[in-house]
Ligand binder design. Structure first.
Ligand SMILES: Cc1ncc(COP(=O)(O)O)c(C=O)c1O
Length: 394
């Protein structure tokens, strides 16, 4: 598909310079059409299909299978969720902890992947151990984590791609490290899925949770948990209701969960987002993940080249070429990130403020496969104007 054709399929691109796929991705037409069609069906024919969770309506099995195909894993390893945090909560509350068990977690990780360790520390006396991710190469990152490992380490939990500047951690090496010490690896893939090809099993991860509403362009409020099949019985379901079991009896007590990761899904939910999530996966898969990755990197490289020409622009994208993704972090000397964000937004550029190293604040630019040269150049000009203003203010 030509880039023009791809862009024509994403209506928001006709009205905005959209550099915030790392916040919420813009929905392609097949996604918004699916949502609209199902909302109409519910209105005209009644919500029975949704209430009775019929496959023709919910497409839950088909969506699990489509996601599984996209990630090259088994569909029985996928639970359909509404957010990343839900996956972390399921794993965090589902594992059996002993007081003093240690979890190494990324200090800069999103709260979705960090809050759970605070709760478990209070409730079960686990010991969360902070890992400060430095802007260094993959081997040094692995060495930094290695230094924190003890005989009590049960889990390493980290963003596959960080939200501040898109650093992609060396997941395979971290998985080897964790396993060599009898620990698990859990990755937060919210900023990774839809940026490049990922197979969580091939990476060696044990648990992989992600929202799908960012780079994967699915509706807000969708996500999934992939859990290595061999570990399904290690992670006991903590939130339960209708669905998720073969049978149960509180008096027995009997609790026989479904044999698949569907055991973590239960209760009423807004089902139209599920087929729409499938439509998003089909769209990105149709564009092709190799193209997605290459194009995104190409746009990010162009953006960084333009930033390098601006007096006063500070580029805090990861230095290691191997670890960079489609995200670019930039600050303007003498201007707070929030002001820079407002100035760019007033020119219809969708971005968000973020933090760089050493307390500097700037903005995060997400260059996705659907962005083009005009998006890059227009944004670079707006940043150059902000930098000129900051210089003039002294
Ligand atoms: C790395 C990362 N994880 C998770 C989230 C969001 O978590 P949730 O889907 O639970 O809202 C974000 C962004 O909002 C993120 O950047």
């Amino acid at each position: 598909m030509e880039i023009r054709e791809i862009r024509a399929q994403i209506p928001a691109l006709a009205n905005t310079v959209y550099l915030n796929a790392g916040g919420i991705g813009p929905n392609p037409k097949p996604v918004s059409d699916t949502l609209a069609r199902l909302a109409q069906e519910v209105a005209f024919f009644g919500p029975d299909g949704m209430a009775f969770q019929r496959e023709e309506f919910t497409q839950a099995n088909a969506t699990r299978a489509r996601l599984a195909g996209f990630f090259g894993v088994d569909k029985d390893e996928i639970a359909l969720l509404r957010s990343t945090a839900e996956g972390f909560d399921i794993v965090g509350h589902g594992l059996q902890w002993r007081e003093g068990d240690e979890v190494i977690f990324g200090a800069g990780d999103h709260p979705a992947a960090r809050a759970i360790w605070a709760i478990l520390a209070q409730r079960f006396g686990i010991r969360p151990v902070k890992f400060e991710l430095r802007d260094v190469g993959p081997d040094e990152i692995v060495e930094d984590v290695r230094r924190l490992i003890t005989s009590r380490t049960r889990l390493i939990s980290i963003s596959h791609v960080t939200s501040e500047n898109g650093l992609c951690v060396p997941a395979r090496q971290l998985a080897e490290l964790a396993h060599a010490h009898g620990a698990y690896l859990m990755l937060d893939g919210c900023q990774a899925v839809g940026q490049f090809p990922i197979n969580p099993r091939a990476l060696g991860a044990d648990f992989y949770a992600a929202g799908t509403y960012k780079w994967l362009l699915a509706p807000f409020g969708t996500g999934f948990l992939w859990i290595r099949k061999e570990l399904l019985d290690e992670v006991r379901p903590s939130w339960v209701g209708a669905g998720g079991t073969v049978r149960f009896d509180p008096v027995g007590p009997v609790w026989e969960p479904l044999p698949s990761a569907q055991r973590y899904e239960f209760g009423a939910r807004y089902w139209p987002v599920v087929p729409a999530m499938k439509a998003a996966v089909e769209f990105v898969d149709g564009v092709g993940l190799d193209f997605v990755r290459a194009r995104s990197r190409q746009m990010a490289d162009r953006m960084r080249a333009r930033l390098a020409e601006i007096d006063g622009a500070i580029d805090f994208t990861p230095s290691s070429d191997e670890l960079r993704t489609g995200m670019v972090g930039v600050a303007v000397k003498g201007m707070e990130g929030r002001e820079l964000m407002e100035r760019l937004r007033s020119r219809n550029i969708h971005i968000r403020a973020n933090r760089g190293p050493d307390g500097i604040t700037g903005v995060r630019l997400c260059l996705a496969f659907f962005n083009d040269e005009d998006d890059v150049d227009y944004t670079a000009e707006a940043i150059a104007d902000a930098a000129a203003l900051a210089r003039a203010r002294g």
